[in-house]
Design a protein around this ligand. Structure first.
Ligand code: NDP
Length: 302
């Protein structure tokens, strides 16, 4: 029987460990979230982040520049947050409106307040194995592996996806944990064969159900980072052909969340796997909270 890796269980442990650390600080940690424009998905993410802060005793502040914001205005917002002593963490929610230069805005965040770990200095610290904030989703995956005691050292890890947010930092973290790491992407010539060599397979490409049961070595751990909302009835019918109850869920709601790993085939092929939803998803915000508490503790010298 494969093990289901429960992201909520891991998240609750992480948050429970943060609570006493927050209580010991001379003042509450402060997180500023900048949400530009009106992206519905971003609005949900930000709402969940603000809620997590409230539950943990982190003071959060939401700034909402309009859809028409310029790069210069975004830089001004970031600069004023950089200067404020009671703000420990700054999160610029992506994607930014298309007329802005997202890279310039992210690069302007004070690296010590960069709770997303996206600043080039922090990417360099990660590459060099120096302390610093790590990108939240991949560090959540490491927490999942650690807390379920899935061995990493000496194992073969294959990551599908090479984004700066997930794939690349994931590869670095697994490398530092002594895995033998392969990174695959859209030009990889035999994806299935590469994946089948993995003891730990991380799917992070944003392609619903692309990783099939045949991609998985028996007993391997499959970590599914993908979150895709499937709305096409034909696609849902294909994916859930042998899972009528999930297909009915699609029919009643008109959409269904599917990871990058096949939700019906992976559970019978893998030794352990993360479900979607309820796997990697809950960990991203937990690690944002963790990075914020770390930043506050560092800035307050405790
Ligand atoms: P990006 O779109 O930035 O990157 C996707 C990567 O996957 C690229 O490197 C791309 O390759 C690769 N890829 C795309 N199609 C294929 C294919 N057919 N075969 C092999 N590789 C392919 O996505 P992100 O990294 O930002 O996100 C990945 C997924 O994770 C998404 O579903 C996203 O929603 C989810 N996500 C979940 C989070 C969470 O909290 N759980 C947080 C962040 C993301 P190439 O470089 O060659 O184009």
């Amino acid at each position: 029987v494969p093990r289901i890796l429960d992201g909520k269980w891991v998240r609750d442990q992480i948050l429970a460990e943060l609570r006493p650390r927050v209580a010991k600080l001379p003042r509450p940690p402060g997180l500023a979230v900048v949400l530009a424009g009106h992206n519905p998905a971003s609005e949900i993410y930000v709402r969940n982040k603000v809620k997590a802060c409230q539950e943990l005793g982190i003071r959060s502040e939401k700034l909402t520049p309009p859809e028409t914001v310029t790069t210069a205005e975004m830089l001004e917002i970031v600069d004023s947050l950089n200067r404020r002593p009671e703000i420990d963490g700054i999160l610029v929610q992506m994607p930014l409106p298309s007329q802005t230069d997202a890279r310039r805005v992210l690069d302007a965040v004070d690296p010590d307040k960069d709770v997303d770990g996206f600043h080039p200095l922090n990417a360099g610290r990660l590459a060099g194995g120096q302390p610093g904030p790590r990108p939240c989703t991949p560090s959540g995956v490491m927490q999942m592996l650690r807390r379920y005691e899935i061995p990493v050292a000496g194992r073969r890890a294959v990551i599908v996806g090479r984004s700066d947010i997930v794939g690349k930092p994931m590869a670095m973290l697994l490398l530092h944990a002594h895995a033998t790491v392969t990174i695959c992407h859209s030009r990889t010539s035999n994806l299935e064969e590469e994946c089948r060599r993995a003891d730990i397979l991380v799917a992070a490409m944003g392609r619903p159900a692309l990783v099939r049961g045949s991609f998985v070595q028996p007993g391997a751990t499959v970590i599914d980072v993908g979150i895709n909302r499937v709305t096409d009835p034909a696609q849902a019918a294909r994916i859930f052909a042998s899972a009528p109850e999930r297909l009915r869920e699609f029919e009643s709601k008109g959409s269904v969340l599917v990871g990058d790993a096949h939700p019906v085939e992976i559970p019978s092929a893998a030794g352990a796997y993360t479900p979607v939803p309820g796997g990697v998803g809950p960990l991203t915000i937990a690690m944002l909270m963790s990075n914020t508490v770390d930043a506050a503790a560092r800035r307050l010298g405790v």
